[in-house]
Design a protein around this ligand. Sequence first.
Ligand SMILES: Cc1cc2nc3c(=O)[nH]c(=O)nc-3n(C[C@H](O)[C@H](O)[C@H](O)COP(=O)(O)O)c2cc1C
Length: 245
Amino acid sequence: MNEIHQLLFAHRSIRKYTEQPIDESLLHTLVRAGQSAASSSFLQGATVIRVRDPERRERLAVLAGNQLHVRSAPEFLVLCADLKRPGNCCERYDKPFAGDYTEQFIIATVDVALMAQNMVVAAEAAGLGGCYIGGIRNNPREVSDLLKLPRGVYPVFGLCLGYPAQDPECKPRLPLEVVLKEECYSEEGDEQRIAAYDDTVREYYRTRTGGGHGICWSEQVATLLSEKSRPHMRQFLAEQGFTMK
Ligand SMILES: Cc1cc2nc3c(=O)[nH]c(=O)nc-3n(C[C@H](O)[C@H](O)[C@H](O)COP(=O)(O)O)c2cc1C
């Protein structure tokens, strides 16, 4: 395994940070590393909003479900899918804007994810830790108003960054055979593999929470998928111009 592979395998979300600030030039390097990710059709459909104002940060922490790390992270970034900037080019070249197709929504959202993960890897390589914050989609309208997001832009997730003040264990992932299939989709043998994996995850949570809460992966995702999940998103996205034609 080379150093980069080791770094990737050592990933864990960090939710507690020291007070050490992130050097301005390092932050810029991280964003530029994000920009270096591949971009579908070279759309470059991602915009990063850095939130430093304490009042705005506090508001975001509350809107994201009162997540402490949003409040305490030395840096908090909101990663937005942005079809406004490429859409302006249509105006400039006097072409009709057809960016309201589901495909464009996918392109911009994937661009955000690729950019963000490059940023996280670059951050971890520099000794930082981070945590994505999907919680900002609990209240996407309020978040968008707070950040003055125009039509054509939507907040995909937040990202806390800072120097780690905790050293959590890596969370075990599904067995390779469950996610890597040869030639065709197949679930053969997966039930047993996932049952064994559930034991591993149960044990991971048990040791992490000092003997309590030993939920397994299957139960966790079953609960998640049996509940309504941010049902406001469809309407919100349509209002922002992502009408999914
Ligand atoms: C898009 C996305 C949104 C997430 N949102 C949150 C969040 O709002 N709050 C949080 O504490 N963790 C959040 N996470 C972190 C996940 O819980 C975490 O990545 C997962 O449990 C695996 O753990 P690990 O990152 O430590 O390996 C999010 C992760 C992703 C990829």
